[in-house]
Design a protein around this ligand. Structure first.
Ligand code: C2E
Ligand code: MG
Ligand code: MG
Length: 836
């Protein structure tokens, strides 16, 4: 639009004419070229210059050149007033399109026309410029915009989606990863993710039908490498004024990153809610106050505490602190205090009281959340139900420390307690008292395991009454109880407790005729360190007490001599091992004690009695080493050596023509119950060519307490071969005569205790004679052993005892002496004089 006009060098008349017809156009007048140039510099919107070139022609031409140059940058029209001949010379300039030439004098109509044309031209120019500017702007937007743009145009409504003609900007190509030509070739439907396509096609159809003004959606494009790009897309129709064909614009924004962030957020939300819903407990956010005022509580709260989250939040019905079992509240509080102070997570196991009134074990793990100023904003964490685990732990701990049958503490617990007390360096006097019911082992073989287990339970219940914090009862070994006295004043207190134990046991084990032992060990600085040794020593003391048992337990205090005894046992056991492995064959030898036929006074047999000769040439009696051999099971090979030696002695008797003399061999229960024992003996007799009728096997009567049938079967086999069977120490055990009739035995050897009693009992009082007559009635012959005095012999003779053995006749003799006693002599009636 023309707003300013410059009149250069116009005369008054022409200038007023110009002013008259220009109306609202501002007229600026310059008297010369310089002034004109100056005004042109100052006023950029001068769109028309009227210049009279007649004055200062050359300067005017100069100005004209400048104006022509300016017209190339800005829209400008020039009107030149002048004589034709003047203009003729500069035809090149005046022929320019922007220049209009008027001859003087200036005509109003001409000027009006020019003005109108200038105005129109100016408008056209500015329109064109506008359009150019818009084109620039569009290009700038299209090619530089940070969003993808595609424009489809002149699309026939029937054309298949994706096959429209279109332009795409570089960002569109960048987002899709494909060139415009490629998109054109493939079509946008092909590069759209198949999961998003149906939705978009539906939108697109409706857009084409005009049902939608535009549509926006989030969709995925598939890039050439197969990766996916998420875009937010808006599609709108483009109204082309000159065409009825459908055109649209599509704007894309790459939202892949946002989508990934959303996906991660959704994933984290999903896993958070999955975690919370599967949490065997609850998550919380609470204030750091005395009530642990809950601000947020997850749904698991109800299952855990029995209270709904609403009841707990803001302490509506109950505060969390009230749910914590009273005895743990202080612990929870100080635990949090510490965690906050140390800036560490809080962790604690404690018990809560549920709405139903039950107690539950929980594990809490939490952390304080701080404001930017460093103040505590809240506490956050989780509380899980660990009741099952706790019960399991408690159960395991109980099993670890207890004997399950009796419920008493076990050895492990006692050891721990002893070590704990040693560590605590308590000054109080301490002691162990062991109750040894090892004899129950044999009973369980005879009466079954249940029998001994029941006794153990009864004893445990009885002894438990004597327990307290300072007297702890435990089971340390099978059939062994130990009281641990953690504090006592003097020995008298120990003895007092032993008496109480005795009276408890009296009603249970004594009535059942079960021997037991009571060992005592005082713990002091010298022995306390080795707990294992302590328990071993107390066992030794109680074992010693068992040996001394005679209807009443003798309380045995552990002392040095017992230790020596143990050492001796170990030495003997080592010696026995060497003997059975053939290393010290001479260390084991047999002595033979004559057995006298009481009717004739002659020697009718010998009892083979084993002896050990140790390095110091001391002779060790069998009662010292046979029990060790039995305990270590060495009695089997050792017994075999003894049997062979005894058979050899028999052979020697035979060789010296002593034919009707038996050799009695003592056999341990362990040997007898060993599979194939009878067959082994039979084989041996056969291989050594021994006359079975000269072999007598002595078994103690306790052997019949268990496996009666089985043992009797073995005896039957042996007896069948001619071997004689003798019941040794008859009357010392508890076997009754009632079963004796069924037994495959030939004789009974009355225990020495019955022979000893003959020295102070009157004939009327003694029952030895009754035993003899009963044995006779059962068909057994009778041997009296341990005869030392004539008085005993006289009684036995009067009561028809068949055979006699004892120091009164002879002590056990070495094989050579025994042989010398019988060989070459007339053994018949050898001791007849003693029987008179
Ligand atoms: P036992 O079979 O009852 O043997 C009798 C024990 O009484 C022997 O003791 C014998 O020396 C002893 N004795 C005999 N007459 C008298 C007497 O008048 N007064 C006294 N005070 N004692 C007398 P020993 O030899 O010490 O044997 C003890 C026990 O050792 C035997 O008792 C027997 O049970 C066992 N024994 C001995 N040798 C063997 C063996 O080879 N094998 C097995 N398994 N046990 C054996
Ligand atoms: Mg014997
Ligand atoms: Mg005997």
């Amino acid at each position: 639009m023309l707003t300013q006009l410059l009149a250069v060098q116009l005369n008054e008349e022409d200038l007023s004419l110009v002013r008259k017809i220009t109306g609202r156009i501002q007229v600026l007048a310059a008297e010369n070229s310089n002034e004109a140039l100056h005004l042109l510099e100052q006023h950029a919107s001068i769109g028309l210059v009227i210049i009279d070139i007649e004055h200062s022609y050359l300067q005017s031409l100069q100005l004209l050149h400048t104006l022509v140059y300016r017209s190339q940058q800005e829209p400008l029209r020039i009107v030149v007033l002048g004589e034709p001949h003047l203009l003729q010379q500069k035809k090149r300039v005046f022929d320019l399109d922007i220049v209009t030439i008027l001859t003087k004098p200036l005509q109003e109509t001409q000027l009006r026309e020019i003005l109108e044309r200038a105005v129109v031209k100016q408008d056209a120019d500015s329109k064109q410029q506008n359009m150019q500017e818009q084109a620039h702007l569009f290009n700038a937007i299209f090619y530089q915009a940070p969003i993808g743009i595609s424009v489809s145009h002149r699309v026939d409504l029937g054309v298949e989606p994706g096959k429209e003609q279109f332009d795409a900007n570089p960002m569109y190509e960048k987002i899709t990863g494909r060139s415009m030509e490629e998109v054109l070739r493939l079509g946008w439907t092909t590069i759209t993710h198949p999961d998003d396509l149906p939705e978009e096609l539906e939108y697109f159809k409706r857009l084409k039908r005009g049902e939608l003004e535009n549509y926006s959606m989030e969709k995925r494009f598939i890039r050439p490498d197969g990766s996916i790009v998420w875009v937010e897309m808006t599609v709108a129709p483009l109204q082309a004024s000159d065409s009825q064909l459908f055109a649209h614009i599509c704007l894309l924004q790459d939202i892949t990153k946002r989508k990934e962030a959303e996906r991660l957020l959704a994933e984290s939300e999903r896993s958070k809610s999955a975690l919370l819903s599967h949490l065997p407990g609850m998550a919380y956010r609470c204030r750091y106050d005395a009530h642990w005022t809950m601000l947020y509580v997850s749904a698991g709260c109800e299952t855990l505490t029995g209270y709904s989250p609403d009841q707990l939040i803001n302490n509506r019905d109950i505060s969390f602190n009230d749910i914590i079992v009273l005895s743990y509240r202080q612990k929870v509080s100080s635990g949090w205090k510490w965690a906050i102070h140390e800036n560490k997570p809080f962790e604690l196991e404690y018990e809560i009281l549920t709405a139903q009134g039950t107690r539950k074990w929980v594990w809490e793990m939490g952390q304080a959340a701080f404001t930017e100023d460093g103040d505590i904003e809240a506490l956050e964490g989780i509380i899980l139900d660990i009741t099952d685990r706790k019960l399991m732990e408690q159960n395991l701990a109980y099993r670890d420390a207890h004997d399950l049958w009796t419920g008493l503490y076990n050895r492990r617990y006692l050891e721990q307690l002893l070590r704990q007390d040693i560590k605590a360096r308590k000054s109080a006097k301490r002691a162990l008292i062991s109750i040894n019911l090892g004899a129950l082992n044999a009973k369980s073989i005879a009466y079954g395991y249940q029998y001994s287990q029941d006794i153990m339970k009864k004893v445990a219940e009885g002894l438990s009454i004597l327990c307290n914090d300072l007297a702890v009862l435990s089971i340390t070994h099978e059939y062994r109880f130990v009281f641990y006295l953690r504090s006592y004043d003097e020995r008298q207190n120990l003895l007092l407790l032993c008496k109480k134990i005795e009276s408890t046991l009296e009603y249970i084990v004594s009535l059942e005729r079960i021997p037991y032992g009571l060992g005592v060990l005082e713990i002091d600085e010298s022995n306390q360190e080795n707990v294992d040794q302590l328990l071993r020593n107390i066992l030794i003391a109680s074992q010693r007490s068992v040996v001394l048992y005679d209807g009443e337990a003798e309380i045995c205090f552990f002392d040095e001599s017992m230790e020596t005894e143990i050492q001796r046992e170990a030495t003997l056991s080592a010696l026995l091992s060497r003997i059975v492995s053939g290393k010290n064959p001479d260390c084991l030898f047999l002595q033979y004690q004559p057995i006298i036929d009481m009717r004739t006074g002659g020697i009718c047999g010998f009892e083979a009695l084993a002896r050990l000769k140790c390095a110091e040439m001391q002779v060790i009696p069998p009662l010292h080493f046979i029990p060790i051999a039995e305990k270590t099971k060495l009695i089997i090979p050792l017994g075999d050596i003894i049997i062979r030696q005894a058979f050899q002695f028999l052979k020697q008797l035979e060789e010296h023509h002593v034919m009707d003399c038996t050799v009695s061999i003592n056999i341990s229960a362990i040997q007898l119950i060993k599979e194939g024992f009878a067959e082994h003996i039979i084989r041996l007799m056969h291989s050594m060519d021994v006359n079975p009728s000269c072999v007598c096997l002595e078994l103690t009567e306790s052997i019949f307490a268990s496996n009666f049938q089985e043992i009797n079967r073995v005896l039957k086999t042996l007896q069948h071969k001619g071997v004689k069977i003798s019941v040794d120490d008859f009357g010392s055990g508890y076997s009754s005569l009632s079963r004796e009739r069924e037994l495959y035995v030939n004789e009974l050897k009355i225990d020495k205790s019955f022979i000893d009693k003959l020295m102070y009992l009157s004939d009327d009082q003694a029952i030895t004679g009754d035993i003899i007559s009963m044995a006779h009635k059962l068909g057994h012959s009778v041997v009296a052993e341990g005869i030392e005095y004539q008085r005993q012999l006289n009684y036995l003779k009067q009561n028809n005892c068949d055979k006699a053995q004892g120091f009164f006749f002879s002590k056990p003799l070495n094989a050579s002496d025994a042989l010398a006693l019988v060989v070459g002599k007339h053994t018949y009636r050898l001791f007849e004089h003693l029987l008179k």
